[in-house]
Design a protein around this ligand. Structure first.
Ligand code: HEM
Length: 169
């Protein structure tokens, strides 16, 4: 046999299908009052391109993501954003609509959807409601609600009181 194995990427229609998925997804994100403000750039095009490259690579298409961005480290890359269950469910609802638009076979659809759900659940990094403390702009989820203003150098935070002889020379 000379047949090379066909990837999921090829089976569902390759680049065209993934472009359709990601475009529809970001059309939904653009209307979302919680998700849209999280994106650092006003133009969602560059973010759409990164997600497209990632998904194509994951499913056996071109490995452009790795060439341009290196190792995905997705949880780490999402750490600056306030990904709570509400954000996850919004992300998934836009993805659900986008997947529905592809009209894949039931098996392909179930495979893709199962992955997207698991990945979205894995990306949750806080259970703080949206809009609490410094995270209200959608970012800086790692800063505690009573922490310093976003952008304050962390080295300036006295984590423990210095010993008295050091504090008053
Ligand atoms: C659970 C809810 C999620 C939220 C709220 C969210 C939000 C974000 C935000 C705000 C960015 C930064 C935009 C940019 O500049 O690229 C981002 C990047 C990204 N996200 Fe998500 N995301 C979620 C889930 C996921 C999932 C499940 C995946 C993968 C299946 C994913 C894949 C990516 C990728 C590949 C990037 C670009 C990483 C890079 O190379 O910099 N995200 N996401």
């Amino acid at each position: 046999m000379t047949d090379s194995p066909v990837s999921f990427y090829d089976e569902v229609g390759g680049h065209e299908t993934f472009v359709k998925l990601v475009d529809a997804f970001y059309r939904g994100v653009a209307t979302d009052e919680v998700l849209k403000p999280m994106y650092p750039e006003e133009d969602l095009g560059p973010a759409a391109h990164r997600l497209l490259m990632f998904l194509e690579q994951y499913w056996g298409g071109p490995a452009t993501y790795g060439e341009e961005r290196g190792h995905p480290r997705l949880r780490m890359r999402h750490a600056p954003y306030h990904v709570n269950p509400d954000a996850r469910d919004r992300w998934l609802s836009h993805m659900r609509a986008a997947v529905d638009g592809l009209q894949l076979s039931p098996l392909h659809e179930a495979t893709l959807w199962d992955y997207l759900q698991r990945a979205a659940h894995a990306m949750v990094n806080t259970f703080e409601p949206t809009g609490i403390g410094p995270s209200s702009d959608g970012r800086d989820a790692t800063v505690a609600p009573n922490g310093p203003a976003p952008g304050t150098p962390r080295t300036s935070i006295p984590l423990i009181a210095p010993p008295p002889d050091v504090a008053s020379p």
